[in-house]
Design a protein around this ligand. Structure first.
Ligand code: SF4
Length: 390
């Protein structure tokens, strides 16, 4: 397909069910048009890729881009008659593969500071890269809906709360603990985290069920055995520090002369113009750019001397860099700006909360009882049918 081909017929709506994750080639129709989710394994995004996403959002979508709770990007508001052009452009830009069945295997989340985190047990980037390559090229069959893997270097970014079929946790001795969905304790340890995760994935793919269902059906001992985990050599994983509240602003780097800076757009949503500016800042400051599962951007490894300037520039773009900023305490679903089922405009409600600075401890706004993606550990306000948050 070329970019100048005529519009194709709109695709059938697919967004009315739970348990299905959209992608680039498997988009979802929402209240503000079609949504393309661009998977970014490990949140490891380059400034040029971010600029490409911004360009696509400006050309084909409403210009609004979300950062998701799994550190992916969502282009919103694509018109039905431009959907095929948008997906083709995303593939051409290298933002997605051409096979939607393979794309689902890129659902890997990692510490966004990895490689720059003084608290981490390792740099998990090689594991993420090798794992995604093996999953995309080596798995026979398609992933069960919502299947996902976490690669945790046990650094300063808490990943325990993420939904993962398989979670790999780095230890200080160089091995990795294996945790599976539906169990609390690690089921074993491995020196081959990629091989173990691939084996677990293939098993779920073969059965077309998620890992917790496998545990229920076969028992945890069978799961451990089939993963070839060496339970005789279980080692204690590095213990991530307890983090109260959001990680924002300057975060210590593994090297004393460098620093990481984390900034969050209000409600995890940015315009394509801001996205382009962020890509430019990352390039200007020679920072490694990351997406975080906390709906924020991490600029990693910049010289300490440049951090304050970057913080000011990010603040000028409207991003939150201070965890005490009232905007940092609020999250929300898209609400009536982008969802058919919404009973209220969460953007307006959130702005009102900021104005009154009445969100001690954090609050999440849901515009209907479905409460999509509502985080735990914060006060929940849910809109009733009259549009009142309670
Ligand atoms: S919680 Fe929000 S995004 Fe989810 S269905 Fe309700 S209104 Fe839509």
């Amino acid at each position: 397909m070329t970019m100048s081909e005529p519009a194709l017929e709109p695709r059938p709506a697919r967004g009315l069910t739970r348990g299905w994750c959209p992608g680039v080639l498997d988009p979802m129709e929402t209240g503000d048009g079609w949504l393309l989710r661009i998977r970014v394994p490990g949140g490891l995004v380059t400034s040029s890729a971010l600029a490409s996403v911004a360009a696509l959002a400006g050309e084909f979508g409403s210009g609004i881009v979300d950062i998701t709770s799994r550190a992916n990007l969502q282009i919103r508001g694509v018109a039905a008659h431009r959907l095929d052009l948008a997906t083709a452009a995303a593939v051409e830009a290298g933002l997605a593969g051409a096979d939607p069945g393979r794309e689902a295997f890129r659902a890997v989340v990692a510490n966004p500071l990895t490689g720059h985190d003084q608290a981490a047990a390792c740099d998990s980037r090689p594991v993420v890269a090798a794992l995604v390559a093996r999953l995309v090229d080596g798995i026979a069959g398609n992933a069960p809906s919502k299947f996902g893997i976490v690669v945790d270097d046990c650094g300063s970014w808490p990943l325990d709360g993420l939904d993962a079929d398989v979670a790999l946790r780095a230890t200080r001795d160089g091995s990795w603990q294996i945790c599976v969905r539906g169990t609390r304790a690690p089921i074993g340890s491995t020196d081959d985290p990629v091989g173990s995760a691939v084996a677990a994935t293939q098993w779920c793919v073969d059965e077309q069920i998620r890992m917790d269902q496998l545990v229920t059906i076969t028992g945890i001992a069978t799961v451990a055995a089939r993963l070839a985990a060496s339970t005789a050599h279980v080692t204690r994983a590095a213990t991530p520090p307890l983090v109260a509240g959001r990680i924002l602003g300057m975060v210590p780097h593994a090297h004393a002369q460098r620093v990481n800076v984390v900034a969050a757009p209000f409600l995890g949503r940015v315009t394509h113009q801001v996205l382009i500016a962020l890509a430019g800042l990352a390039a200007t400051h020679a920072a490694d750019l990351r997406l975080t599962p906390d709906h924020s951007f991490a600029f990693c490894g910049l010289p300490s001397s440049a951090a304050q300037q970057l913080m000011t520039e990010l603040g000028d773009l409207g991003l939150v860099v201070d965890r005490d900023d009232p905007k940092a305490a609020i999250s929300a679903c898209v609400g009536s700006a982008g969802c058919w089922w919404a009973h209220a405009d969460t953007g307006i409600a959130a702005a009102e909360l900021v104005a009154t600075d009445s969100t001690p401890g954090g609050v999440h706004l849901s515009a209907c009882a479905k409460q999509c993606g509502a985080p735990s550990g914060v006060r929940q306000l849910v809109a009733d049918e009259s549009g009142t948050f309670r």
